[in-house]
Design a protein around this ligand. Structure first.
Ligand code: NAD
Ligand code: UDP
Ligand code: UDP
Length: 399
C-alpha cells in the first residue's frame, strides 16, 4: 500500500514537472514570437535622413504645389535636408506618393491631397508653385484641366501669397517661347506660340500664369520669381510620360525600336534635375523678380540623342523614324547669361553622368514586379549617411 502511494506521489510529481515544463516552454515560445513581432514592427518604423536643425528664425514654412511629381520631389528632398518645414499640395494627377514616401510622418513634413484649382487656406512663408502636368502626353490628355491648373490654380496660389505675404516662385517653361525663331532663347524673346493648337493649352496657360504673376506683383506688391525651365530629366521621371528621355531609355533597355519623331533634326538641351533644384532655390532666395531661364545649354539633335542613349545603354535596338509631331519646336537652347550673373548658377552635371543615373533608375523600375517591391531613389549624398531610410524590399540604386 505504501509502495502504491509512493508510486502515485512520484507520478504526480512527474506529471506536475511535465506540466510546469510545458507551461514554461509555451511562455518562452510566446515571448520569442512577441519579440519577433516587436522586431518586425521596429524594422517597419520609418527612419529619416538627418535634417539640418534650423532655429525658428531661419526655418521657413514652404509650400510646394505639385511636390509629388518629378521635379517637386527632388526639390522637397533638398528643402527638407536644409531643415525647413515643407507642405506638399498635390492631387496626384501625374505625381506619386512613392516619390516622397520617405518623408511621410516626419515632423517637418506634411502632405495635402489637394487640387489647387480650388482655394487653399494655409500659413506659409514661401511657395514653389510647380503643380501642372509637364509632358506633352500628360498636358494634352486633359487640355481644359491643364489650362485651369495654370490659370485658376496660379490665381489661387497668388491669392494665398497675397493673404499671407509669402514669396511665390512659378515654374514656367521654355514652351513660352513656342517654336522659337531666335536661337538660343534669351528671356527678352517674346516667343512664337501657336495660340490654337495641341500645345497651346500648356504654352498659353503658362504665358497667362506669367502675366498673372506680373499683375499680382505690380498691383498687390507680391514678391514673385519666375523660372523658365528647359527640358529636365533624372530619376523619378514617370515611366510612361512619353517624353524623349523616358521613351528612349525604356526602348533601349528593352531592345525595342527607338522612336524618333520626324527627321530628328529638331534640337533640345537637357539639364539634370539636381542642377534645376539648385537653380530654383537660388532664384527663390535672390532679388531677381523677372523671368529667368534655367536650363543646360548643351544642345543635341533628337537623332544624336537617340544614338547617345543607345550607346550608353549598350542596346541593340534599331532607331526608327515616325511621323513628326504637330507644332514641335525645331530648336531649343537656353541663354543662361542672366542666371550666371544674378545667381552665379550654371549646370554642373555632365550629360553622360546624368543619363547613367537615369538609366540605372529605369533599369530598376523595369525589375519591379510586385506591389511590395520598391525602386527607391535616394539622392547621392544620402548614400553616405548611415540613417538612410531603407526597407527590406527596397532596391537601392548604386550611383
Ligand atoms: P510632373 O508631372 O512630374 O509633376 C507635376 C505635379 O503636379 C504632379 O505631382 C501632379 O500630380 C501635380 N498636379 C497636377 N495638377 C495638379 C492640380 N490641379 N493640383 C495639385 N497638383 C497637381 O512634372 P514635372 O516634370 O515635375 O514638372 C513640374 C513643373 O515644372 C511643372 O509646372 C512643369 O510645367 C514645369 N516644367 C517642367 C519641365 C521638365 O522638363 N520636367 C520643363 C519645363 C517646365
Ligand atoms: N485664395 C486662396 N487662399 C488664400 C487666399 C486666397 O486660395 O489664402 C484664393 C481665393 O479663393 C481667390 C484667389 O485666391 O479665388 C485670389 O485671391 P485674391 O485675394 O487675390 O482675390 P479675390 O479673393 O478678391 O478674388
Ligand atoms: N521625341 C521623339 N521621340 C519620342 C519622344 C519625343 O523623337 O519618343 C521628340 C519630340 O518630337 C521632341 C523632342 O523629342 O522634338 C522632345 O520631346 P519631349 O516630349 O521630351 O519634350 P518637349 O521638349 O517637346 O516638350
Amino acid at each position: 500500500m505504501v509502495i502504491h502511494l509512493d508510486g502515485i506521489l512520484s507520478s504526480l510529481i512527474i506529471f506536475t514537472f511535465i506540466h510546469i515544463f510545458q507551461v514554461i516552454n509555451g511562455e518562452e515560445n510566446r515571448i520569442s514570437s512577441l519579440e519577433k513581432r516587436i522586431q518586425e514592427l521596429e524594422a517597419r518604423q520609418q527612419q529619416y535622413p538627418e535634417v539640418t536643425f534650423l532655429t525658428y528664425k531661419d526655418r521657413k514654412r514652404i509650400l510646394v504645389t505639385g511636390g509629388a511629381g518629378f521635379v517637386g520631389s527632388h526639390l522637397i528632398d533638398r528643402l527638407m535636408l536644409e531643415g525647413h518645414e515643407v507642405i506638399v499640395a498635390d492631387n496626384f494627377f501625374t505625381g506619386r506618393k512613392r516619390n516622397i514616401e520617405h518623408w511621410i510622418g516626419h515632423e517637418n513634413f506634411e502632405l495635402i491631397n489637394h487640387d489647387i484649382v480650388n482655394p487653399l487656406y494655409i500659413e506659409v512663408d514661401q511657395i514653389y508653385h510647380l503643380a501642372s502636368p509637364a509632358s506633352p502626353l500628360h498636358y494634352m490628355y486633359n487640355p481644359v484641366k491643364t489650362i485651369k491648373v495654370n490659370t485658376m490654380g496660379t490665381i489661387n496660389m497668388l491669392g494665398l501669397a497675397r493673404r499671407v505675404r509669402a514669396r511665390l516662385l512659378f515654374a514656367s517653361t521654355s514652351e513660352v517661347y513656342g517654336d522659337p525663331e531666335a536661337h538660343p532663347q534669351k528671356e527678352t524673346y517674346f516667343g512664337n506660340v501657336n495660340p490654337f493648337g495641341p500645345r497651346s493649352c500648356y504654352d498659353e496657360s503658362k504665358r497667362v500664369a506669367e502675366a498673372t504673376c506680373y499683375a499680382y506683383a505690380k498691383q498687390e506688391g507680391i514678391n514673385i520669381r519666375i523660372a523658365r525651365i528647359f527640358n529636365t530629366y533624372g530619376p523619378r521621371m514617370h515611366m510612361n510620360d512619353g517624353r524623349v528621355v523616358s521613351n528612349f531609355i525604356l526602348q533601349a533597355l528593352q531592345n525595342e525600336p527607338i522612336t524618333v519623331y520626324g527627321h530628328g533634326k529638331q534640337t533640345r538641351s537637357f539639364q539634370y534635375v539636381s542642377d534645376l533644384v539648385d537653380g530654383l532655390i537660388s532664384l527663390m532666395n535672390s532679388n531677381y523678380s523677372m523671368p529667368m531661364n534655367l536650363g543646360n545649354p548643351d544642345e543635341y539633335t533628337i537623332e544624336q540623342f537617340a544614338f547617345k542613349i543607345k550607346d550608353l545603354v549598350g542596346s541593340k535596338a534599331p532607331i526608327v523614324y515616325k511621323d513628326p509631331v504637330v507644332d514641335d519646336p525645331k530648336q531649343r537652347r537656353p541663354d543662361i547669361t542672366l542666371a550666371k550673373s544674378w545667381l552665379n548658377w550654371e549646370p554642373k552635371v555632365l550629360i553622360n553622368d546624368g543619363l547613367n543615373k537615369t538609366i540605372a533608375y529605369f533599369r530598376n523600375e523595369l525589375l519591379v514586379k510586385h506591389h511590395s517591391e520598391r525602386n527607391v531613389f535616394f539622392p547621392n549624398e544620402w548614400l553616405h549617411t548611415s540613417d538612410v531610410p531603407r526597407t527590406s524590399t527596397a532596391k537601392n540604386i548604386e550611383l
